[in-house]
Ligand binder design. Structure first.
Ligand code: HAM
Length: 418
């Protein structure tokens, strides 16, 4: 029986790798430009880390985590996102004692047991950033500006920056009974999931995509109406900052994220070009999380984008042309030619020149056909006759022009000609 890959878990084949590399390089470049440093945290952690940070009654923790017992019985989980692990590392390495702010970025795989469809996978990849130590609206704006800069630079189509104010915990606590009272009156119009969430996580009902639920919550009292002055002032400053930097946004009072750690500013970049999975990236402020996980009170803000989704949206014209162009094909044949070519191949590579060969080819014709197929710009021809004369022939595969190269100094002689 042929063993197949797991549903919702994709291979990244060589043809697609340059797109990913391009996206990752842009992400690294912009993150560094904005003063973020790379952190690499483990792919699995103890389960309680995620349950406590993301929230026990969220979809992620309730039904999407890959959780398994370690050999000693400890419950472990493949990370469904990057914030929890980054916060854990921040606390564990006592980074709060170092000069603040501490700003990190990460790129790597995340795991969620969701129903796979285009743009929704069980192993997917995120680029994310987390900024610790600044309770300043400009830190929110800086983080959003990085997200916007990256997505704009990649020229992704049809983006909208949605933003909402979730206020402080006390604001949400004051709002919840008001909302629940309204929802109870609408209960017959809510989907089964929302009927349950009405009890466990009522704000999430506002974010439900089911049309009946949306209609039923259209007239719901808004969180903004019970927002404290302090939260209002903070959010206004964030919006002013976005205005000052010319970042366009759309206020969306329904935006309630699927992770419980957020407060104040929350945002999501959506697109109309991806079908149902319309979120390219999302994030927000999470001032309470470091403390919840046992660290000192630390304001924080961050976001993550899905690399698969960006890759689906990235125009082909954006990806720089890949390999082939500057490659030398070593067309060595005949007994002595092949032997000499084998060491020349290594000399070229050691000098940093990209060199390839198909060892199965035994004739010049077969070699040149392969060089063409691989779109190599040059072939270095080396048969028994050439070895006897102490040279090789460098052939430009496009113009067919050929020059003799002394075998005693192949690398030095061909370097200026490539
Ligand atoms: P999130 O909204 O759960 O936030 O995920 C962020 C992004 O990851 C989504 O907008 C989407 O592009 C991508 N994504 C999520 N699930 C999948 C999936 N199953 N398949 C493909 N892509 C997916 C977080 O994860 C937060 N940790 C973001 C954050 C960082 N907040 C503060 N700091």
């Amino acid at each position: 029986m042929i063993i197949k890959g797991i549903k919702g878990v994709k291979d990244l084949l060589p043809e697609e790798a340059p797109r990913w590399r391009f996206i990752e390089e842009k992400a690294r470049q912009w993150a560094t430009t904005f003063g973020f440093q790379e952190i690499r945290v483990p792919i699995f952690e103890v389960t309680t880390l995620f349950a406590r940070s993301i929230g026990a009654s969220t979809d992620i923790v309730e039904k999407e985590m890959y959780t398994f017992p370690d050999r000693d019985g400890t419950s472990l989980t493949l990370r469904p996102e990057g914030t929890a692990g980054t916060v854990r590392a921040y606390i564990e390495h006592n980074r709060a004692a170092d000069p603040l702010p501490q700003k990190y970025f990460y790129i790597g795989p995340m795991f969620r047991h969701e129903r796979p469809q285009a743009g929704r996978l069980r192993q997917f990849h995120q680029f994310g950033v987390e900024s610790f130590g600044m309770a300043d609206p400009r830190a929110d704006v800086e983080t959003m500006a990085l997200l916007w800069q990256l997505l704009s630079d990649l020229q992704l189509p049809a983006l909208t920056f949605e933003i909402n104010n979730l206020g402080y915990t006390s604001d949400r606590e004051a709002y919840k009974p008001v909302l629940v009272e309204y929802l109870q009156r609408q209960v017959d119009h809510l989907c089964a999931n929302c009927q349950r969430r009405m009890i466990t996580n009522p704000l999430r009902v506002l974010d439900c995509k089911v049309p009946e639920c949306r209609a039923a919550t259209e007239a719901a009292p808004k969180l903004a109406e019970s927002m404290s002055e302090k939260a209002r002032v903070y959010f206004d400053a964030v919006l002013k900052g976005l205005d000052a930097l010319g970042i366009p946004y759309h206020l969306n009072h329904r935006l309630v994220r699927g992770l419980d750690y957020y407060c104040l500013t929350t945002f999501e970049v959506t697109t109309t070009s991806l079908g149902a999975q319309n979120a390219v990236g999302a994030g927000g402020r999470y001032d309470g999380l470091v403390e919840t996980l046992g660290g000192p009170p630390t304001p924080a803000v961050g976001f993550a984008v899905g690399i698969e989704r960006i890759s689906m949206m990235l125009p082909d014209s954006q990806v720089p042309p890949s390999v082939g162009q500057k490659t030398v094909y070593v067309a060595a044949f005949g007994e002595q030619g092949a032997a000499s070519g084998f060491t020349v191949l290594q000399d070229l590579r050691r000098a940093g020149i990209r060199a390839v060969v198909d060892f199965r080819s035994g004739t010049l014709k077969a070699h040149l056909r392969q060089a063409d197929r691989w779109q190599c710009r040059h072939a270095l021809i080396l048969g028994d006759d050439e070895v006897t004369k102490g040279l090789a022939i460098l052939r430009n595969m496009e113009t067919k022009a050929q020059v003799d190269i002394p075998l005693s100094s192949v690398v030095a002689s061909i370097t200026p000609l490539l």
